[in-house]
Design a protein around this ligand. Structure first.
Ligand code: 44T
Length: 842
């Protein structure tokens, strides 16, 4: 009875199909019902069921599903159910693997939680899926710097460096080193040099996933995918024969940072000598290179010198005793993180970096350059003793009097006997130097004949220079520069002198210690900034014509004008007529105290770090503030929209201070949203500071901006095709620039490009066209931009000013645009969220 059997089957199937449809439709209904009731979790579960049972509905329910997912994720986020949140996104991406909106949103969650690399991966994926998706593109550009750091571009464009490495590799391979391991391959360039030089086996490892994937594309594009074995591994995790079949005869690496050791080259090479390389060549023996192991670079010599440099100083020390009427009492001692690194258990980077040839205001050498140490990368014992050596003392004679601001460090990499690279600040180099700022001394002045003393060591992967101080010439010691431990007598003297200095700078042992980021330190030192705020706030808080007894009321019951009004939960010690000031600045800010000094004010600070809050309290106390004047509350509240609402009060703010421009030179993210909320919370007559911001820019020709932004064809990379791949990670906007020292030729006058009004949103438009007159013939490669921040009509700050703590940003054009003096161009300025973009048209 085949027929009836078939019928039975089809009936059965039909029944199953009917019940599936029934279930799907009921789940859909439930989902919608839950959505109406804002029960996003259940709605989400129903949608999951629906989509698993009825994949054919994917397109129809997509938008609602996304909405539900985002709402539910927000809820999970606020409940700190992080794992659940990411599980939801993973399920969603299984259903919609090619959905850029879900990818981008996943990235945003990851980013907010501090998983920058992972976030960047999702933004990148979203951009690849839909290059026109502006939100994802902007997110990607904000994080691309972390995925592929900018020095990759500089390095690949540095023809001299590429030729030196290629030359040394060719020599080694010709001499018989046929098996090669490239540690930290980046784009794969050194491995490709080795292959082209004739190496028989080339292995390359790279720990960053993004760089590893990039290297795979590059190596394939250069037809070497079968000849170079790429490993997504840290070299320390490579095993023989699991990853590579046998020990190699040559290791090539450029895992060096400005401080030489910061990328772990000492540890990597100790491991390589012990596990991955053939035995080193025995001294004075004539063995073919194929039978022993060696390393490129062969050695490095590290140099240091003491400098005076105002730019370094203002980023690492407080140079003022009073800021806009606020005395920075001796009871708080500020340090920057490099100083904190010395005493801390964590391994923080003990130096910052700076390209000294471009430091604003320049620098002055106070001593001769002095050789700090030499390390032989071909000598395992040397590497091991470096890693275990006790700190040693070093003294440098002062050759020029001045202010001891930092010790700067650079090195010469000896690739082999014939090829070397230098990162010296005085040479034509694109590299930055390591900077060890001097902090915590009672006196920083030095004169010719004095001695700068310090302790040097190589610990936790870092070259450390600690306890930098100066000894006056009267000490009568032998001042010759030594890179060895001084003799006992001298050492004892030095120790004594050092100890003396240490105690004298620690006399105020009870002082609160407060660590500020260099950008925060520079802000604290920016007196023009604080004076400007004081003057503008005074206009609001101390009206010229106060009629404090009879505040006139507007229809809302708010007093019009800035007459102080009664406060319901006023506490003893605070005047009942206090006005309310909210500072929403990012990071450390003493503006609430500046406000508090002006009159009866209750100032709210958004400073989050406990140590910084404590410092503000100490400063407030030293300035005779009643304790209640200053309050912190960001620590109690998570949600941004809630932050701006005053707790337990129906009263409103007189002043809200917003941080509109980041130190980097970019507009703060979501600042317009914050301004919109702020406007609703202002007392009538109250003000947002700044009231408006003008964006200025000009057209320039700058070769160096180009070289730092994208690899320029195949010429610098010696014929290898790398540019098309790494250039996917170029960003349209460069940040943290110093316009005053940026090598560039202006091709136009500065022009006002955009107005961002925080008080009056109707004055803002998302795009604008500006006519620009060309005043010099050349190629437009970039448009640097900066801001005039108008606190009110009278008071403004220029972020490009010499003394400003702000840096500048620049849009770098995809293609240079040739122009002639007299041309008139149209600059199309667009403003989306907090991103500005420019396009130039003829
Ligand atoms: N150097 C610039 C830049 N890596 C820093 O993930 C500095 C160049 C420079 N991979 C002279 C002077 C300077 N195993 O992609 C990175 C990194 C990777 C590793 C596998 C390891 N043990 C490591 C260690 C690092 O290597 C790549 C390069 S390191 C960063 C270079 C003034 N020349």
């Amino acid at each position: 009875m085949p027929n009836s059997n078939a019928k039975l089957h089809s009936n059965h199937r039909g029944g199953r199909e009917a019940s599936r449809r029934e279930l799907v439709s009921r789940s859909l209904q439930s989902a919608e019902h839950c959505l109406e009731n804002q029960d996003f979790g259940t709605a989400y579960a129903h949608y999951l069921l629906v989509l698993n049972l009825a994949p054919e509905l994917k397109t129809t329910v997509k938008e609602t599903f996304q909405f539900t997912l985002f709402k539910w994720a927000e809820e999970l986020d606020s409940l700190a159910r992080i794992q659940d949140l990411f599980n939801c996104y993973e399920q969603a991406l299984e259903l919609y693997p090619n959905d850029e909106v879900i990818c981008n949103s996943m990235g945003e969650h990851l980013f907010r939680m501090g998983f920058r690399d992972e976030a960047a991966g999702y933004f990148h994926r979203a951009v690849k899926l839909n290059p026109a998706f502006a939100d994802a593109r902007e997110n990607f550009h904000r994080v691309a710097n972390w995925l592929v750091e900018r020095w990759h571009f500089t390095m690949l464009n540095d023809g001299r460096r590429n030729r030196a490495y290629r030359g040394a590799i060719e020599r080694a391979v010709r001499a018989g080193s046929a098996t090669v391991l490239d540690i930290g391959t980046g784009t794969g360039i050194l491995s490709m040099f080795a292959k082209k030089a004739g190496a028989s086996s080339v292995y390359a490892c790279e720990l960053s996933k993004t760089m590893y994937e990039l290297a795979r594309d590059v190596v394939a594009a250069n037809n070497m995918e079968r000849e170079i074995k790429l490993l997504h591994l840290k070299s320390l995790d490579i095993e023989i024969p699991k990853h590579i079949p046998e020990r190699v005869s040559l290791v090539v690496t450029e895992t060096v940072d400005a401080g030489l050791f910061g990328e772990g080259i000492v540890e990597s090479l100790i491991h390589a000598w012990e596990h991955l390389l053939l035995q080193p060549k025995p001294k004075n023996q004539d063995i073919s290179a194929g039978h022993y192991g060696r390393v490129i670079p062969a050695s490095a010599t590290v140099f240091g010198m003491a400098v005076e440099c105002t730019e370094i100083r203002r980023h690492h020390r407080v140079g003022v005793q009073e800021v806009a009427g606020v005395s920075l009492s001796d009871s708080v001692r500020f340090f920057s993180p490099t100083h904190a690194a010395a005493g801390s258990e964590e391994t923080l980077e003990p130096y910052t970096t700076e390209r000294l040839s471009r430091v604003p205001g320049g620098y002055r050498a106070l001593t001769q350059p002095c050789q700090l140490m030499t390390v032989d990368f071909n000598d395992l014992q040397d590497l091991k003793s470096l890693a275990t050596r006790k700190p040693w003392k070093l003294s440098l004679p002062v050759t020029e009097g001045g202010t001891l601001d930092a010790v700067v460090v650079w090195f010469v990499l000896q690739l082999d006997d014939e090829h070397s690279l230098s990162t010296s600040p005085s040479e034509e180099t694109c590299w930055e130097q390591a900077v060890y700022p001097v902090q915590g001394l009672p006196d920083y002045s030095v004169k010719t004949g004095d001695t700068v003393v310090m302790e040097v060591c190589c610990q936790d992967c870092y070259l450390k220079i600690q306890k930098i101080s100066s000894l006056p010439s009267e000490c009568g010691m032998d001042f010759s520069a030594r890179d060895e431990t001084p003799g006992l007598g001298n050492e004892a003297e030095l120790c004594h002198a050092l100890a003396g200095l240490q105690t004298s700078s620690r006399q105020d042992g009870r002082a609160a210690v407060c660590v500020l980021e260099p950008t925060e330190m520079a802000l604290l030192n920016d007196t023009a900034y604080h004076e400007c705020f004081r003057a503008a706030m005074a206009k609001v808080l101390l009206p010229p014509n106060p009629s404090r007894d009879s505040p006139s009321m507007d229809i809302d019951g708010h007093s019009s004008g800035m007459n102080p009004q009664e406060h319901p939960e006023s506490s003893p010690g605070v005047e009942t007529e206090a006005l309310y000031v909210l500072d929403v600045s990012e990071g450390f800010s003493i503006l609430p105290i500046v406000a508090g000094k002006l009159g009866p004010v209750r100032a709210y600070s958004s400073v989050e770090k406990e140590q910084q809050q404590a410092a503000l309290h100490v400063i407030a106390e030293a300035n005779h503030f009643p304790k209640e004047t200053l309050e912190f509350w960001l620590s109690h509240l998570e949600e941004e929209s809630v932050v701006l609402q005053r707790p337990k009060s129906d009263k409103l703010w007189s002043i809200i201070i917003l941080d509109v421009i980041e130190t980097s030179g970019l507009i703060q993210q979501e600042v317009m949203e914050k301004a919109a909320i702020s406007r609703c919370l202002l007392h009538s007559g109250g003000k947002i500071f700044p009231q408006y911001v003008l964006v200025y820019g000009m057209l320039v020709e700058s070769e160096s901006l180009l070289l730092e932004s994208a690899v320029q064809g195949t010429e610098p990379t010696l014929g290898l095709s790398i540019a098309p791949f790494i250039n996917q990670f170029k960003v349209p906007v460069r940040v943290y620039l110093d316009l005053s020292t940026l090598p560039c030729v202006p091709l136009s006058e500065p022009a006002e490009l955009l107005r961002l009004d925080l008080m009056n949103p109707l004055l803002n438009s998302p795009s604008r066209e500006v006519k620009i007159q060309i005043c010099k013939t050349g190629r437009v490669t970039a448009i640097p931009f900066w801001y005039h921040i108008h606190l009110d009509e009278e008071h403004s700050l220029d972020t490009s000013a010499e003394s400003s703590h702000w840096k500048q940003a620049a849009v770098v054009l995809d293609e240079p645009l040739p122009v002639q003096a007299g041309d008139e161009l149209v600059l199309h300025v667009q403003h989306h969220k907090s991103n500005i973009s420019f396009t130039v048209k003829r």
